[in-house]
Design a protein around this ligand. Structure first.
Ligand code: ADP
Ligand code: MG
Length: 320
């Protein structure tokens, strides 16, 4: 007999992989009860992954469990928040226990690494879709917003761009290149939680790259009322993406492909030394790729020559 809704929750989601001291009541009641803090702000985010839109229906469920949580932890990282709790809304076409076990394994493995506790959710029948809401703490006034970039600030990214986009092209059979690293970037992105924490009090603006560098840096520029110049030679790339660009001439990939979940942030020149010190101490990397300017718009340069580029990124409801 197929597993019922409540047995399913009990078997796969209610046994806590993490127990936090500030969780007063977890799964099993109408609401979870979480202890509040006076000296911190609660950062809350939610992301939905829909089968056929955000992931291929035949994707490895363990990788999917990882990614569904990773994209949410990435939003917390982009605010400089410490992850604390998640809730999970699952819509399933049928109960497939092997699938559920693998999904839960992937999700809880990542949750455990960051001390994140699953404290509630919802389980429904319908087309496969996963929604995770994540909550985290950031000291009062220290959250990294999109709106603080100023002329003269240096723009950084936390790691290579375009690799997840290449992974998607490989999965869709749009390129004959083979690249295990690209597949890993697509299916198992690493949220930059430690880096986000490290940037508190240093970065003037921060965002995680889910829709492509041009689109996401564009949000920082719009909300900060500034422009930017990027040096495309300085974009960090994996060997696979370099090879892809060399064979196809598609140099835009690292600017427009989404799903990398690296952080893009800006740092005032006066904070650069402190940034280098903190990064070195934490064993983290970040790559300067350009500068904020007062004149609005995103401008690209390569070998000191301007490059023609119109901003674009993935939109679910494009204007026609
Ligand atoms: P209610 O009907 O009061 O909203 P439910 O019957 O939907 O409660 O859920 C019962 C309990 O199980 C609640 O505590 C809820 O948060 C939890 N829950 C339901 N689905 C999930 C899930 N997929 N993951 C984690 N907890 C869940
Ligand atoms: Mg209820």
């Amino acid at each position: 007999m197929a597993l019922g809704e409540f047995d399913l929750i009990r078997r796969y989601f209610a046994a806590p992989s993490v127990r936090r001291a500030d969780t007063r009541l977890s799964i099993g009641d109408d609401c979870a009860l979480l202890a509040a803090r006076e000296d911190h702000e609660l950062a809350i985010t939610v992301d939905t992954l829909v089968s056929g839109v955000h992931f291929l229906p035949d994707v490895d469920p363990e990788a999917l469990g990882h990614k569904a949580l990773a994209v949410n932890l990435s939003d917390l990282a982009a605010m400089g928040a410490d992850p604390a709790w998640i809730t999970l809304a699952l819509t399933l076409p049928q109960v497939d226990e092997a699938w559920l076990a693998a999904f839960a394994r992937g999700m809880f493995a990542l949750a455990q690494r960051y001390g994140v506790e699953l404290v509630g959710g919802d389980t429904t029948r319908g087309p496969l879709s996963l929604t995770i809401q994540a909550m985290g703490w950031v000291p009062n006034g220290q959250a990294l917003r999109r709106s603080g970039a100023r002329a003269g600030d240096v723009i950084y990214v936390s790691g290579p761009l375009g690799a997840a986009g290449l992974g998607l092209k490989i999965r869709l059979g749009q390129t004959t290149l083979a690249d295990a690293e690209a597949i890993r970037c697509l299916e198992r992105p690493e949220p930059r939680v430690e880096l986000g924490r490290c940037l508190r009090g240093l970065a003037s603006a921060c965002i995680d790259i889910s829709d492509g560098l041009a689109a996401d840096l564009g949000h920082i520029l719009d909300q900060s009322g500034v422009g930017a110049e990027l040096d495309v030679e300085r974009l960090p790339l994996t060997d696979g993406v370099r090879r892809y660009i060399a064979t196809t001439g598609d140099w835009r990939l690292p600017l427009v492909a989404g799903d990398d979940y690296e952080l893009c942030f800006t740092v005032p020149p006066a904070h650069r030394d402190e940034l280098e010190q903190r990064l070195a101490k934490a064993g983290l990397a970040a790559f300067p790729i350009g500068q904020i300017h007062a004149a609005p718009g995103l401008r690209l340069r390569k070998n000191n020559q301007p490059l023609d580029f119109t901003r674009q990124g993935y939109e679910h409801f494009p204007q026609t």
